[in-house]
Design a protein around this ligand. Structure first.
Ligand code: CA2
Length: 153
């Protein structure tokens, strides 16, 4: 079974515990369980990884770049958190793994928020973007990844 990575960046481990008006009350563990169930339904093994460290996220993207090359992974759904707006290193990591489809996902509509959230360094390297659907966005992104890049397409 091919793998799909659900990758979450800084502070997303707090999901469901604070700021429910912006990010909802679903926890990261809930989101990960939903993604695993949906992945299984679609015929994929979902791995979930969250880190508050930029380098750990980069290492995970590199690992999936290798798995993609060997045909063991389909792609990745990635919420880079605030690194979205700061990290050229994450942009370079996605570009650097050459081919791994990465769907950028944001829980909130970043364009309806502060100006500093309007720019993403990740978007130019992403294969698709899902923004503003709450935590359902992860499932929408997962479905979109499979529809666009899965075996039957
Ligand atoms: O809307 C999104 O998914 C964001 O990627 C979330 C980031 C934010 O910096 C981006 O601009 C948009 C923040 C993640 C912090 O997550 C928390 C969740 C609950 C409580 C506190 C923080």
């Amino acid at each position: 079974m091919k793998k799909i990575l659900i990758l979450n960046g800084p502070n997303l481990n707090l999901l469901g515990t604070r700021e429910p008006a912006t990010y909802g009350s679903t926890t990261l563990a809930d989101v990960e369980a939903q993604c695993k169930a949906e992945g299984e339904r679609l015929g994929y093994a979902v791995e979930c990884f969250q880190s508050n460290w930029e380098g750990a996220l980069i290492d995970k993207i590199h690992e999936y770049g290798r798995l993609y090359k060997s045909g063991e992974a389909l792609g990745c759904v990635f919420n880079p958190g605030a690194f979205t707006h700061t990290s050229i290193a994450l942009h370079d990591a996605i570009k650097g793994v050459d081919g791994l489809p990465v769907i950028e996902c944001h829980i909130s509509n970043v364009h309806a928020r502060e100006e500093f959230r309007h720019h993403s360094w990740v978007s130019p390297a992403a294969a698709g973007i899902v923004i503003g659907f709450g935590t359902d966005g992860y499932l929408i992104a997962l479905g979109g990844l499979v529809r666009k890049f899965g075996a039957k397409n």
